[in-house]
Design a protein around this ligand. Structure first.
Ligand code: RP5
Length: 163
């Protein structure tokens, strides 16, 4: 099936975080591709990825990076597709560097900035599914079921001391 979402990241070391984006897309049966594309180590590859993203059939792009996290912003500079940026938790500064690198885009080039780390990656996948669900009624139904199950799980066990 045609992948409508691409999940790219600056390094293989980002995968344990970025895997979360793919987990929710697996649950919601949304096809995706994953690839390491580094803004600093493979800049030409990033440029060609951004230039070809529309013709490859992607509709949403997720980009995760840590530290001097230029990947989501540079990708957004090369494509009109929506880019969701995931700040990966860095060792030195706990991801605050990643967050600020991704969030503070100049006016006119947009990146949707997610939370730092695993929650941000998971929610990037979830948000990509929500965007695609606007034009996919079957996916919209799966999303509703996911949300209802999540709510039911919390309501079924409100005691914070129990497992
Ligand atoms: C960034 O530098 C990557 O996104 C990664 O989060 C960070 C460290 O990369 P490695 O040195 O672990 O490859 O470009």
């Amino acid at each position: 099936m045609q992948a409508k979402v691409a999940v790219i990241m600056g390094s293989k070391s980002d995968w344990p975080t970025m895997e979360g984006a793919t987990q929710i897309m697996d649950i919601l049966q949304v096809p995706y591709e994953v690839e390491v594309v580094s803004a600093h180590r493979t800049p030409d590859r990033l440029m060609s990825f951004g230039e070809q993203a529309v013709e490859r059939g992607f509709e949403v792009l997720i980009a995760g990076a840590g530290g001097a996290a230029h990947l989501p912003g540079m990708l957004a500079a090369k494509t009109r597709l929506p880019v969701l940026g995931v700040p990966v938790q860095s060792r030195a500064l706990n991801g605050m560097d990643s967050l600020l690198s991704i969030a503070q885009m100049p006016k006119g080039v947009a990146v949707g900035t997610m939370a730092i780390g695993e929650a941000g990656a998971f929610n990037a996948g979830l948000l990509a599914c929500q965007i695609l669900a606007n034009n996919d009624s079957a996916l919209a139904e799966r999303l509703e079921a996911f949300r209802q199950a999540q709510t039911a799980t919390v309501l079924a066990n409100p005691d914070p001391r129990s497992a």
